[in-house]
Design a protein. Structure first.
Ligand SMILES: Nc1ncnc2c1ncn2[C@@H]1O[C@H](COP(=O)(O)OP(=O)(O)OP(=O)(O)O)[C@@H](O)[C@H]1O
Ligand SMILES: Nc1nc2c(c(=O)[nH]1)N=C(CO)CN2
Length: 473
C-alpha cells in the first residue's frame, strides 16, 4: 500500500461468505434468529473505514475478527478487492481471499490463554517456595505515599518522570528494540482500568498486566502507578477492603469485542465470581476509553459510563497521561482534580511492577467464603452529589487503615482468610519487569529485581512524604 493511498483513502470491495446455521430462522421467520446482513455490512464498513492498514491481508483479517465476534457465525470467507490498485501498469483489481472459522477465532482471541499455566492456589504457592523461605507476612503494597501538598494530578509525578526513564546499562527500552519490528498500525489508544480488593491483589494485577503485555496482538504503551483507595460502594452495601487500581494504556489489533472477551477471561481466571453487583473482587478490568470514540452496544459503553466520577480511574490515568481527555475535550487531569473524592488516594506505588509478571494468578479456592470484615472500611458512595467525609492524606496515613489493622489482628489470631487478603504470597517473578511510567512514553523493561517491602510504621511516612516533596522540586 502506498503512502498516498493511506493518506487519501481508497476504495475496497468486500465479498463475504458466511457459514451460519439457518435452521432456527427458517422455522421462526424472525430476523433476530439469524445474522442481519445490514448490521454486518455496517460493521464491516466501520472496520475498513475506521482504521489505517498497511496490507490488504491485515484489513481482511481484521474484518474476519469483526465478523466472527458474532458467535452464530461458524466460519467466514472474505475476498477483499482493491479495484483501483496501482500495479505500475495501470489500475487493476487486486484481491486477497482468506477463510477463518470459530476455532481460529478462539485461538486468536486467547492466544496466550491456552498456553498460560493453570491458576494456582495460595497453598500451592506456599509449597512452591524456595527451601525454608517463609511467605512474607508483611503488608506488601505501600511503598510511597502521596505528597499531601500536591497541586494537581497532572503535576503529581512530574519530578519522578526523568528518574523513571533514565536508562541504565541493564535496561532495554522496548521502543528502541521494536524499531526494527513492524509497527502496529492501529492508532487509537485503549485505556483499561484494572482493580482488585480481595485475594492476592497486587499479584493478580501484575499477572493481568503481564498477560496483556505478552499478547502478540497487544502493544502495551503505559502502566500507571498502583493507587489505593477506599471501595466505592452502592448505597447500603456492606463495607469492603480498599481497592488497588491501575490504568493500562495500549494499542491492539484485536477488535473491541475480542479484547473485551480476553479481559473477561482474565477476570474469570483470577477467580472472579458472578453475583452481586460491585461485590469485592480479585480482578476487575474495565475498558475506559478508546481514543475519542464514543459508542454503545449491548455489552459495552465507551467511554465507560462511570469513569468520569471515579478518582481511582481519573487519578492514575492523569498521572500517566497528563494530556488525556474525554471525547468532549475535558482534560482527565482537571476532572480528577475537581472530584470531591480527590484526596481518597491513600497511597500510590510507582514501582509496583518491579518484581515482574507472575506466570499465574493466585486464586482463592471456589469454596472459600469471601472474607468478611467485622470492622467497617471507609465507605464512600459513588455519586458526586453525596460528598464523602474527607480526611487529609496526612491524617489518613497517620491513622492505621482500619481494615488493615483489623486484618493484622485477625492474622495474629490465625485467620487464614485475612492472610490471603493481605496479599502475602506473591510468586517469584517470571519475566522482566515493566516500570510504570508517568508520561506518554514507551514502556521500559529491565531485568527482574526481587525483594520484599516492609510495612512502614506511620511515623516513617513523614520522611517519605518529605522525600517525595524533595523529588518533586
Ligand atoms: N466500558 C466497559 N468496560 C467493561 N464493562 C462494561 C463497559 N461498558 C459496559 N460494561 C458491562 O458491564 C458489565 C460488568 O458489569 P459488572 O456489574 O460486573 O460491573 P462492574 O465491573 O462490577 O462495575 P462497573 O462497570 O461499575 O465498574 C460487563 O459484563 C459489560 O457488559
Ligand atoms: N475504589 C474502588 N472502588 C470500586 C471499584 C474500584 O475499582 N475501586 N470498582 C467497583 C466496581 O467495579 C466498585 N468500587
Amino acid at each position: 500500500m502506498h503512502e498516498w493511498e493511506r493518506v487519501q483513502g481508497q476504495q475496497f470491495i468486500a465479498d463475504i461468505e458466511l457459514s451460519v446455521d439457518t435452521e432456527v430462522a427458517a422455522h421462526s421467520d424472525e430476523l433476530d434468529d439469524t445474522v442481519n446482513y445490514s448490521d454486518l455490512a455496517k460493521k464491516v464498513h466501520s472496520i475498513i473505514a475506521g482504521n489505517t492498514f498497511n496490507l490488504l491481508e491485515s484489513v481482511a483479517q481484521r474484518v474476519a475478527v469483526g465478523v466472527l465476534d458474532d458467535e452464530r457465525i461458524l466460519a467466514v470467507k472474505i475476498t477483499l478487492h482493491k479495484p483501483a490498485a496501482d500495479c505500475g501498469v495501470g489500475a487493476s483489481d487486486v484481491s486477497v481471499a482468506i477463510e477463518r472459522d470459530r476455532s481460529w477465532y478462539a485461538d486468536y482471541v486467547n492466544v496466550l490463554g491456552s498456553e498460560s499455566a493453570e491458576p494456582s492456589s495460595p497453598e500451592d504457592e506456599a509449597e512452591g517456595n524456595e527451601a525454608g523461605e517463609e511467605p512474607d507476612s508483611a503488608m506488601p503494597v505501600v511503598v510511597s505515599a502521596p505528597n499531601p501538598s500536591f497541586a494537581s494530578f497532572a503535576e503529581l509525578l512530574k519530578g519522578d518522570t526523568e528518574t523513571d526513564h533514565a536508562q541504565t546499562d541493564d535496561e532495554t527500552v522496548v521502543g528502541e528494540a521494536e524499531a526494527e519490528q513492524p509497527h502496529h498500525i492501529f492508532t487509537d489508544k485503549y485505556v483499561l482500568a484494572l482493580g482488585a480488593n480481595i485475594g492476592a491483589t497486587q499479584h493478580n494485577l501484575r499477572w493481568a498486566v503481564g498477560q496483556l503485555e505478552s499478547h502478540p496482538l497487544i502493544e502495551l504503551l503505559e502502566v500507571s502507578p498502583l493507587v489505593k483507595t477506599p471501595a466505592a460502594l452502592a448505597p447500603g452495601q456492606a463495607p469492603q477492603p480498599d481497592y488497588s487500581n491501575a490504568i493500562v494504556i495500549l494499542t491492539t489489533e484485536l477488535s473491541v469485542e475480542a479484547l473485551f472477551e480476553f479481559t473477561q477471561n482474565l477476570e474469570v481466571k483470577a477467580g472472579r465470581r458472578l453475583g452481586e453487583h460491585w461485590q469485592p473482587r480479585p480482578l476487575d478490568i474495565d475498558i475506559i476509553a478508546i481514543g475519542n470514540q464514543r459508542w454503545q452496544n449491548d455489552r459495552l459503553t465507551i467511554p465507560h459510563p462511570r469513569a468520569h466520577e471515579r478518582i481511582f480511574v481519573l487519578g492514575p490515568w492523569a498521572m500517566t497521561d497528563q494530556e488525556a481527555s474525554f471525547p468532549d475535550g475535558q482534560l482527565v487531569a482537571d476532572m480528577a482534580d475537581a472530584l470531591p473524592t480527590r484526596d481518597d488516594i491513600v497511597s500510590f506505588d510507582t514501582d509496583w511492577l518491579a518484581e515482574g509478571f507472575p506466570a499465574a494468578p493466585l486464586v482463592v479456592a471456589e469454596e472459600d467464603p469471601v472474607p468478611t470484615f467485622t470492622q467497617a472500611a471507609d465507605v464512600v458512595t459513588e455519586t458526586v452529589k453525596s460528598v464523602p467525609r474527607r480526611r487529609s492524606i496526612r491524617e489518613r496515613l497517620q491513622e492505621k487503615d482500619p481494615v488493615v489493622a483489623q486484618m493484622e489482628r485477625e492474622l495474629k489470631d490465625g485467620n487464614e482468610d485475612a492472610k490471603s487478603v493481605l496479599n502475602t504470597a506473591d510468586l517469584p517473578a517470571q519475566s522482566p519487569a515493566v516500570r510504570t511510567s508517568t508520561s506518554m512514553r514507551r514502556v521500559v523493561v529491565r531485568p527482574t529485581t526481587t525483594g520484599t517491602i516492609p510495612i512502614l510504621p506511620p511515623e516513617d511516612f513523614d520522611s517519605i512524604i518529605s522525600d517525595e516533596a524533595e523529588k518533586g522540586k
